[in-house]
Design a protein around this ligand. Structure first.
Ligand code: AMP
Length: 491
């Protein structure tokens, strides 16, 4: 199947060619001809399937004819997050570059005045998040009676985020006769009910949900031992493991997922303190701050982006080398979404998940969904291949008491306790280091000055401690056997 066979016009085909696409994805091949015929669509598809172009391309074609009136958009696209809305707007720029469509982005956190002044001039496409749209509508800033095409994207995410009442209200303000395109990654009963209410005789299109991560993604599971000293120390251990993993992996760029906004902030600040080139992205940030961070990440000015699922949902970042799950996702589908950010379009990617013993049930659910194991991996630094950074080696310095003890294997139970005790140091050091200029990235990620392997440094430190306590001269306490042998009496 080629794009030429889908019924799209010359200009769009040219723009698609410019984007470098050679053939339509399955959802595009199935949806585009139907949308062009004016049919409603129920698309069971998620990001990464090419679903955005499956509605933007035919919309550009349809909206190419006709003109918009002031404050009366001709089409409306509802997105659950500001980032997704911005991404859809970018799609219109890319595919609509040979058309003269006017679009407006109506998203929270950005100046309402600017957004309304664009609307006042008349727009063909309005891309909005539900809250801001209702806000403006209630202020009398727009009329929805001219909307001919409605797109509800990521409906299940809207449900998760509590937007469904808003969506229902918005739909009630639209003309009954319209074309509706409804997309959702999953179809729980609530979403099915909405689809039934909003759509008229839709064409249902289900594209194979990527229930298996791309084969190009190398996965790993890092079990973090408990500190035995409570949650705060467990988190310190996790952050330390993450830093070491980053040091070993040396990602070109990586998303680091946390389950909670609070942890996004903690992990971000911790990485910054340790000299990593990091940024953060979560729902509590102002929109300009979110947009600026995302831009920096896309331009490689920031190489590590700590984020929450909602903030990073659907982000299309090409050439992402790594994904780190600082927290294991509690919904197994999120695991696939997260690690699917890397290894795109046949490129290789690496995805590593940090977990603790109590995360076992989530690991099992993920394994069941992806139908395979997530290969367990050793603690970073336990393999001989990865040089530890000087800093990490410093942080792991044994106390004099420890160096006198007989050491057990690092993988054993005591290994975990050791790490917990040693791990107090980096956080204290963090405070001291705060305010220092950022260390160069290569150094932070262990590229420069690889320290001697920990076993070596430990041996040397161990000797030093002994030296201090009881200086050894010559053979020390060792008495060679020949000196103890009895000397036979001389005859
Ligand atoms: P989406 O599922 O809409 O988030 O799209 C995922 C990615 O696929 C985006 O980077 C698109 O630019 C890309 N894409 C969309 N359609 C095609 C296509 N036909 N061929 C190759 N890549 C595509």
């Amino acid at each position: 199947m080629t794009f030429e066979e889908l019924g799209l016009g010359e200009e769009i085909l040219k723009a698609v060619g410019d984007a470098g696409y050679s053939s339509p994805t399955p959802i595009q091949a199935q949806a585009i001809p139907q949308v062009l015929m004016g049919r409603d669509i129920l698309g069971c598809a998620q990001t990464g399937t090419g679903k955005t172009a499956s509605f933007t391309l035919p919309m550009i074609e349809i909206l190419g004819q006709g003109r918009a009136k002031a404050r009366m958009p001709r089409s409306l696209i509802l997105e659950p997050t500001r980032e997704l809305a911005a991404q859809v707007a970018e799609n219109f720029n890319t595919y609509g570059k040979y058309h003269r469509l006017k679009k407006a982005l109506l998203i929270g956190g950005e100046s309402m005045n600017e957004q309304t002044s664009v609307l006042n001039r008349g727009v063909d496409v309005l891309i909005a998040t539900p809250g801001r749209l209702i806000d403006l509508f209630d202020r009398g800033g727009l009329l929805l009676t001219d909307v001919k095409i409605l797109v509800i994207d990521e409906a299940d995410r809207m449900l998760d985020m509590g937007f469904i009442p808003d969506v229902e209200r918005i739909v009630s303000m639209l003309p009954k006769i319209r074309q509706t395109l409804f997309f959702s990654a999953t179809m729980p009963p609530e979403i099915r009910r909405l689809a039934d209410a909003f759509l008229m005789n839709p064409k249902t299109i289900t594209v194979a949900p990527p229930s298996t991560p791309a084969a190009t993604v190398t996965q790993g599971l890092l079990m973090i031992p408990h500190s035995g000293r409570g949650g705060v120390n467990d988190h310190k251990l996790k952050r330390e493991a993450l830093r070491k993993l980053i040091g070993e992996e040396k990602p070109k760029n990586a998303l680091i997922f946390c389950n909670r906004k609070r942890d996004v902030s903690t992990v971000f600040h911790s990485l910054k303190r340790h000299g990593f080139n990091a940024g953060e992205l979560h729902g509590d940030m102002s929109q300009p701050a979110r947009s600026a961070t995302l831009e920096k990440f896309k331009n490689d000015e920031i190489s590590l982006l700590v984020c929450s699922d909602v903030a990073a949902r659907g982000l299309d970042i090409s050439d992402l080398s790594h994904v780190f799950n600082y927290d294991i996702p509690t919904h197994p589908e999120d695991y696939i979404h997260r690690i699917g950010r890397t290894g795109r379009a046949g490129k290789s990617g690496r995805a590593f998940t940090l977990a603790m013993k109590e995360d076992g049930k989530y690991i099992e659910r993920i394994k069941k969904l992806i139908g395979r194991d997530i290969p367990p991996m050793p603690m970073p630094g336990e393999t001989n291949t990865a040089p530890a950074s000087n800093e990490a080696a410093k942080e792991e310095a044994p106390t004099p008491a420890e160096s006198g003890e007989k050491r057990q294997g690092r993988g054993g139970r005591r290994g975990g306790r050791d790490r917990a005790q040693k791990n107090d140091a980096p956080e204290k050091n963090d405070q001291k280091r705060a305010g220092k200029p950022e260390a160069p990235k290569a150094e932070a990620s262990g590229k420069k000055d690889p320290a001697p392997r920990k076993s070596d440094s430990r041996q040397s430190r161990g000797r030093k401690t002994e030296d201090k306590d009881s200086a050894e001269v010559g053979l020390g306490k060792h008495v060679p056997a020949f000196l103890l042998r009895e000397i036979p009496p001389q005859k």
